[in-house]
Design a protein around this ligand. Sequence first.
Ligand code: EPS
Length: 390
Amino acid sequence: MRYLTAGESHGPQLTTILEGVPAGLPLTVEDINDDLARRQKGHGRGRRMQIEKDTVDILSGVRHGQTLGSPITLAVTNDDWKHWTKIMGIEPLSQEDQEEVKRKVTKPRPGHADLNGAIKYGHRDMRNVLERSSARETTVRVAAGAVARKFLAELGIKVAGHVTEIGGVKAEPQSISNLDDLKAQTEASPVRCYDKKVEQQMMDAIDTAKENGDSIGGIVEVIVEGVPAGVGSYVHYDRKLDAKVAASIMSINAFKGVEFGVGFQAASLPGSKVHDEIAWSEERGYYRLSNNLGGFEGGMTTGMPIVVRGVMKPIPTLYKPLQSVDIDTKEPFQASIERSDSCAVPAASVVAEAVVAWEIAQAIVEQFGQDRMDLIKENVQRMREHAAKF
Ligand code: EPS
């Protein structure tokens, strides 16, 4: 399976085409709209989210509520487009419009794609960069991920994401034994955090950042339960599933690092405190006595929950001026921007769920059969039985 996305932040719509989704998967717009609505929420979002009411149109690949195996096209309309029809118009500009649209973006924001993208593609108007590098694009990645989540649910695999840290305020670590409970708790939280004790502190940190014209980042965690052991491979660098999951997290706008299980703490722990001891029971088959490695050994799943975290830097579009250089005049200036989110970590946890769900679904389709949902189900079941008896 693979997908491409297209669309500018203030263009008419965002589109994704999903290729290779097996035939026979039940799919409706509700399956996708639920996740789109979840991505729009979160304390710290800016005014744009009041303009948009993200819902999907399924334009191909589904008939009578079932996938066909043909490419699935998903589209989300940008409601803000109506305010940008001239600036973002598709047709060449008329003489009179040229004056209005002349306001080129020549002042790159530190930390954003603006300057490097402009140098790379030769754009003297950096709007040509920022429109596509905007995190608005994650809308359709969440739509693609919702399809993957539906596929995984058919195989008894659950995916949940949550926020563990915002602006230095950390949730108390607790062992998570039930993803449905986690989902219920975090769904009710404006910062998607299970720890009620720090929720308010996180919101205060966001409010303070906003008052100061600043932004803050944080850490999100995604947990995937029910993946059979042995998905992925150790035989080649590009078949290691943990590497693919890591890349998917790093591909989310503003993400700067990834860890699995105990992650970077492993640097300071002895091997005896890191490696998960192996046990076997009639009921569970093989399992680990701990899950410090976050569900991966040797690029393959262990059958334990996958636990992956990503760190998001503060959003670089700030009200607080930062030093930069105008690309036309080469004069230094203090960048000051009008509209942005002060924190999008809660929304990013929904995006992280989506990209991880896609990678796991893609690995399963590749390993257990490509075309038909019924055959994939049988093959996954066979693999589970094989692992239990092994
Ligand atoms: C973004 C800037 C803001 C965010 C946007 C990402 O949009 P605008 O420039 O229209 O105010 O709201 O995120 C979304 C629109 C979204 O759907 O998540 C940026 O510069 O990356």
